[in-house]
Design a protein around this ligand. Sequence first.
Ligand SMILES: CC(C)(COP(=O)(O)OP(=O)(O)OC[C@H]1O[C@@H](n2cnc3c(N)ncnc32)[C@H](O)[C@@H]1OP(=O)(O)O)[C@@H](O)C(=O)NCCC(=O)NCCS
Length: 188
Amino acid sequence: MSPILETERLVLRSPTLSDATAIAAGVGDWQVAKNLARVPHPYTQSDAEALLARVGVTADLVLGITLKCGAAYIGGCGAHVCADGAYEIGYWLARPYWGFGYASEAARAVVNYAFEVLRATYLVAGWFDDNPNSGRVLQKLGFVPAGVSLRDCLARRERIFCHDMILEPAMLTAPIGVSPVERRSLQP
Ligand SMILES: CC(C)(COP(=O)(O)OP(=O)(O)OC[C@H]1O[C@@H](n2cnc3c(N)ncnc32)[C@H](O)[C@@H]1OP(=O)(O)O)[C@@H](O)C(=O)NCCC(=O)NCCS
């Protein structure tokens, strides 16, 4: 069962078919797609529906980010199971919602869930060199640099210089400003 994670301003829940249009619009934005590793561009409604069909099929945690106030579907966040058993954290927000701290708030909830419920011993994440805002999200959570790599970007159809980051439970920072106040379900 997929969890529902609640923070001060957000509800993170499993995405459904009715979210496909919002996902296609958000991820279809080049400014979003070019910063993600695994999404094609253009990104269509059927790409979003194919993504939704895979939710729950793998062990990956896939959550939609919605605003508590108004319930708008504003982005996605999750944890991908890597080959070595580590979890890779990822997130995106539709462009109108950038700059309000929502990504940091959502990522913190997923990080807490990965450590507390999934029992991850460490988490990894990466940000492309020309996307420092994402690096800042990770840095605010306590992630530290673990190296650099060249990583495929499907949307750009090229390999991009990537900053690899790592987080262990003891490195997790205390939240500043907004903080998770309630976790409605802790069932994986
Ligand atoms: C990267 C992304 C998730 C950040 O989301 P966000 O909700 O805007 O993040 P935050 O509001 O927590 O801001 C993170 C940092 O970005 C920078 N930033 C955000 N909005 C900004 C703005 N309007 N002007 C200047 N800097 C800004 C700041 O450095 C901020 O850090 P701060 O809180 O210490 O000032 C969002 O831009 C996005 O979805 N981008 C496309 C997809 C993507 O990059 N996903 C991550 C792949 S690794």
